[in-house]
Design a protein around this ligand. Structure first.
Ligand code: PLP
Length: 408
């Protein structure tokens, strides 16, 4: 089976029913207990920390790096090397892991988009690289499907390019011209608008006209193997977030693809002082951290990880058995990204609190606990365990019990 088929098919693949088996609390925790820190910096400066039961959102501090990643970062802060040499070697290792021609570490998926666009506009020409964001005389149009317009597409114009929207293949063919620099594709788990042009047709048309293509797969992890699969789809460049599902450094990202295109992207970035991307610096320790995060994420056994998360949810549910009418159900967000949530539901005539008030009370309590209502959850209470540290689930369960029982 080709990875491409598997990856595309995954969007509709349901998880086996065995995953919906009853909660068990005896699964092994794979995370070490939080270190006892010498200083409490947040306290010193008056920042209120919260327990993140929402998930790895940027505004909530992103993912929790795995211990292997924190260790790699510590190593990187101590051992110094020439940044370009380090980046060459890290890029080579990441490319091997992703089965891609080449790879680089970017400052987030957003920078991957800026640098990819800059690369497509300049194609390695030093004078053009130094000219951006002025695009006079350059190919500077990025073609995007109307349905793929989204919050982050600003990154596509940050280097000076202009967006050209197309709704179908006829418009796509009409839009292609001497100014076309790149064709952009957004890969999303839940794209309600859908694609008017299929990925196959999009890539075929791009190849016919020899136009470089870029895919934003920022959120399409876990599993990390989606990065490997995305590299086989046929795009010249693909970008991913490092600080979301891969659990790398918050500010890191990955840009992978054809050797020359990755090299052109790097030419537009730090440490090249005359580049548009000079401010998108990645710390040397983050190169190492991102590499180790990807390596570690690829080794995660998904069913095992789900088992562990199910056990975490089990320990929350165990605290809630006396709440009248409360139903707690583990649900799986099906799609290319497989994530698991604990869904809570109660009869508001028996436990008299609205969902909004519940979220507010969790936030304002001690300790503060944050959850978020996700669009796909249709306004339901969904708890995520991906950023919880070991033991925090007990505190979460106890607080939820307190709040709901006070209104029962
Ligand atoms: C989060 C996100 C980005 C930006 O990623 P960063 O790594 O935070 O820069 C880009 N595209 C999509 C689809 C995202 O969800």
């Amino acid at each position: 089976m080709t990875s491409r088929r598997k990856f595309l098919k995954a969007a509709s693949a349901a998880y086996p029913l065995s995953f919906l088996a009853p909660l068990s609390s005896n699964s092994q925790e794979i995370y070490s207990a939080p270190t006892i820190f010498k200083r409490d910096y947040f306290k010193e400066i008056g920042v209120t920390p919260f327990i993140n039961a929402a998930g790895n959102y940027s505004a909530f501090g992103g993912a929790r790096m795995r211990p292997e990643v924190a260790e790699a970062i510590r190593y990187g802060t101590y051992n110094k090397a020439k940044v370009d040499d380090l980046h060459d070697a890290v890029g080579k290792r990441i490319a091997e892991l992703a089965e891609a021609d080449a790879a680089m570490v970017t400052s987030g998926a957003t920078s991957a988009m800026v640098l990819a666009t800059a690369a497509c506009m300049t194609m390695g020409a030093k004078d053009k690289i130094e000219q951006l964001p002025d695009t006079a005389g350059l190919k500077d149009q990025v073609i995007i499907q109307k349905n793929h317009r989204y919050t982050y597409d600003r990154a596509l114009i940050a280097a000076g390019a202009k967006l050209v929207e197309v709704a179908d293949e006829d418009e796509l063919r009409d839009a292609i011209g001497p100014k076309t620099a790149m064709m952009f594709w957004l890969l999303a788990n839940h794209n309600p608008a859908g694609d008017n042009i299929t990925m196959d047709r999009f890539l075929t048309v791009a190849k016919e006209h020899d136009i470089p293509t870029f895919l934003d797969g920022a959120t399409m992890t876990p599993p990390a193997s989606n990065v490997v699969d995305a590299c086989k789809l046929g795009f010249d460049l693909v970008g991913f977030s490092g600080g979301k599902g891969i659990r790398g450094p918050y500010s890191a990202g990955l840009l992978l693809g054809k050797k020359d295109m990755v090299a052109y992207s790097r030419a537009n970035s730090s440490p090249n002082s005359r580049s548009i991307g000079r401010g998108m610096k990645v710390a040397p320790e983050e190169y190492i951290g991102m590499m180790v995060a990807f390596e570690t994420a690829l080794q995660i056994n998904e069913p095992e990880d789900f088992k562990r998360k199910r056990a975490v949810f089990g320990r929350i549910s165990d605290q809630l058995t006396d709440v009248p009418s409360l139903k707690s159900t583990v649900i799986i967000d099906e799609g290319m990204v497989n994530e698991m949530y604990l869904d809570l539901e109660w009869d508001q005539s028996r436990v008299n609190i609205s969902i909004d008030d519940f979220i507010e009370e969790l936030k304002n309590g001690t300790p503060s606990i944050r959850i978020r209502i996700l669009k796909f959850s249709g306004g339901r209470v969904h708890i995520s365990s991906t950023v919880l540290a070991e033991g925090q689930e007990i505190i979460v369960g106890k607080r939820i019990n307190e709040i709901l029982m006070s209104r029962a």
